[in-house]
Write a protein that binds this ligand. Sequence first.
Ligand SMILES: NC(=O)c1ccc[n+]([C@@H]2O[C@H](COP(=O)([O-])OP(=O)(O)OC[C@H]3O[C@@H](n4cnc5c(N)ncnc54)[C@H](O)[C@@H]3O)[C@@H](O)[C@H]2O)c1
Length: 272
Amino acid sequence: MTSQRLQGQTAFVTGAASGIGRATAIRLAEEGAAVMVTDIDVEGGKATVAAITGAGGRAEFAEQDVMDEARWAALVEQTVSLFGRLDILVNNAGIGVGGPVTDMTLETWNKLMGINVTGVFLGTKHALPAMRTPRTDGPFAGRSGGSIINISSVAGLAGAATMSGYCATKGAVRLFTKAVAMECAAARDGVRVNSVHPGIIVTPIWDSIAASDVDLIDGSNALTAEQIGLASPVGYPGTPEDVAAGIAFLASEDSRYMTGSELVIDGGWTAH
Ligand SMILES: NC(=O)c1ccc[n+]([C@@H]2O[C@H](COP(=O)([O-])OP(=O)(O)OC[C@H]3O[C@@H](n4cnc5c(N)ncnc54)[C@H](O)[C@@H]3O)[C@@H](O)[C@H]2O)c1
């Protein structure tokens, strides 16, 4: 049985209709958290909630485009009124588009920035006041606090040909995370802010990246996550559950002394 590190806590996971977000919502619920599942994909989001409640967990779905600020304000309020608090925010929603920089349209660049960076900013901005409200019960009664986990990428640590726009967004998420971590530490608000850097993980995001004709491995035309993952030092790609396990650790008190950190989950991709 999974440990119950998140018993009594409330989590908010964006982009939770698919891939890493879905696996994370399920994992956090397995560990005892009530989960607000959000996505632009209503059907997929409801399927995530059904998987959680079917296993005896607590979750609600809300449709959300992470670029919509008014929606963020409303959903944080809704989460607190439904579940009593907000302890964990996973800014996971993201898109991948590749191609040579000279071919990238301004529209594509702005869309990447809007979802991958502005979405993370808005989520952080609106979740923080709720996390800074002192808890009324449980082991941390009288204390404020929380854990914000921003999903960056190995593409936020190193450059990759034909991935300039995506790399720019993930690099931005990495340093935004560290700056907010410093702000929270200075405020002594008990909120920790960390980034997660997955490597090649098998999820539907690769369908869109492949469609944009990316060549991530020199001399190879491998386009699926399964094929690209073979080039990982460990010889295979990761699963959404591999990343969810790291996110659950950052959400829990097991990582209480970590803030402004980068958790790399990449089968060794960036180690050489
Ligand atoms: N799969 C990988 O190899 C990999 C590697 C590194 C980082 N990541 C990052 O992990 C995160 C999750 O990606 P994934 O691989 O699970 O992809 P995915 O495509 O399976 O899931 C992304 C989810 O985000 C949702 N989404 C897209 N635009 C949105 C918007 N405007 N508002 C709300 N939701 C929106 C989609 O509907 C989808 O459900 C992304 O930030 C991605 O950049 C993925």
